[in-house]
Design a protein around this ligand. Structure first.
Ligand code: NAP
Length: 284
């Protein structure tokens, strides 16, 4: 019998704790924790993500500073803004919403975010620290996956974990986190020779592919924990994940749904990282 890991429920439990930490910060240091969100252009999906992030900030008592730059902004204008935010003591975390318009250099911009304010955890410095199993700000989605596993006491030590996907924002940091948590990790991608064989060995299977219902029941070991990071559209345009949930669920010990799984927990981890960043800056 499978159990669903409910991301909404986990998010609301975590948010209570984050709100308490944010409140304690305000009492101790006389100001709210601050998150600066930078959006360049008018990409509709990015606008929704930014709106959700700002709303989540308000919910937990984190002050948000929003910066909307026109889509034809220059690299220089973006970089000057990031430098200002980097120097601003009221800003504990800086998030530049990706993707940036094509003419801008995202890597160049992200490099200017100080490592201690990089609440998305995308900078080379934070990823490098993660790779070395050192203290760092961890990218929100993989961090959310670890919280989901922890919430059900799913053991990672000595377990076989398979991550499908190797992007810098999900697959790679996910694999590093699982490795740091003592799992034996296999990372699969579009050139993997026998994906089904690899997936069938997984005690913990994380799908971060971006293809609707790609992971089918014949790819999942009986009793596995399946975490679905995907946010895709099915043939009717309905939101779904990378996992064929209806057919896969019966084989699982635990499984995450889409929607209501990794997504809500991911935004919560942004709030969490901003809190962590604020306290760490005070203790530098
Ligand atoms: P991405 O950058 O496009 O990476 C997709 C990965 O999947 C790549 O490594 C690719 O391999 C691999 N892949 C593609 N086709 C494959 C195949 N047939 N077999 C095996 N591997 C295959 O995507 P992403 O940014 O990591 O996002 C992945 C999914 O997660 C998307 O649905 C996205 O919307 C979702 N997402 C959700 C959240 C959340 O908060 N829930 C956050 C971020 C992303 P190659 O490297 O060989 O090309």
């Amino acid at each position: 019998m499978y159990e669903i890991i409910d991301g909404k429920q986990l998010a609301s439990t975590l948010r209570l704790k984050i709100a308490a930490d944010a409140n304690r910060f305000k009492e101790e240091y006389g100001r709210q924790i601050g998150l600066a969100v930078v959006l360049v252009g008018e990409d509709p999906a990015s606008q929704i993500y930014v709106r959700n992030k700002i709303r989540a900030c308000e919910e937990v008592g984190i002050n948000s500073f929003s910066y909307y730059l026109p889509k034809d902004s220059t690299q220089n204008a973006l970089e000057e803004l990031i430098k200002e935010l980097a120097a601003d003591d009221a800003v504990d975390g800086i998030l530049v919403q990706l993707p940036l318009p094509g003419h801008l250099d995202a890597d160049g911009a992200l490099k200017l975010i100080p490592v201690e304010k990089d609440v998305d955890g995308f900078s080379e410095n934070n990823i490098g620290r993660l790779a070395m199993n050192r203290d760092c700000l961890v990218a929100c989605t993989p961090n959310a996956v670890m919280k989901m596993l922890e919430s059900k006491n799913v053991q990672t030590r000595g377990k076989k974990a398979v991550v499908v996907g190797r992007s810098n924002i999900v697959g790679r940091p996910m694999a590093l986190l699982l490795l740091n948590a003592d799992a034996t990790v296999t990372v699969c991608h579009s050139k993997t020779a026998d994906l089904k064989k690899e997936c069938l060995e997984a005690d913990i299977l994380v799908a971060a592919i971006g293809k609707a219902k790609f992971i089918t029941a014949d790819m999942v070991k009986q009793g596995a924990t399946v975490i679905d990071v995907g946010m895709d559209r099915d043939e009717n345009g309905k939101l779904c994940g990378d996992v064929d949930f209806e057919n896969v669920k019966e084989k699982c010990s635990y499984i995450t749904p889409v929607p209501g799984g990794v997504g809500p927990t991911t935004i919560t981890m942004l709030m969490y990282n901003t809190c962590v960043a604020a306290y760490r800056r005070k203790n530098l």
